[in-house]
Design a protein around this ligand. Structure first.
Ligand SMILES: [Zn+2]
Length: 87
């Protein structure tokens, strides 16, 4: 995963579109979680202090998969309902 720092100049329209799509993909998920009152208390979206679904500590977070434009909520607890939920 490489975030920023790689671009020098050649920013094209398609780059901008890709960034916009990325932003659109990020906002709804986080906003939905915020509005549900499940935002991480520590402000670290990639490492929730506690999973909002199963309440397991340090198991859940919001991730941006390299292959995808949209962030995903993921919990590493096998029994977590978020495993099967579409978030
Ligand atoms: Zn969980």
């Amino acid at each position: 995963m490489c975030l920023g720092g790689g671009f020098d100049g050649g920013r094209s329209v398609s780059d901008f579109q890709a960034q916009l799509e990325k932003a659109r993909g990020i906002l709804p998920l986080r906003r939905v979680i915020e509005q549900a009152g499940k935002a991480p208390a520590n402000g670290k979206w990639n490492r929730f202090p506690e999973c909002p679904f199963c309440h397991e500590k340090q198991k859940a977070g919001v991730f941006m998969p390299d292959s995808d434009r949209f962030e995903l909520f993921k919990c590493f607890q096998d029994t977590c309902p978020a495993h099967t939920a579409v978030v």
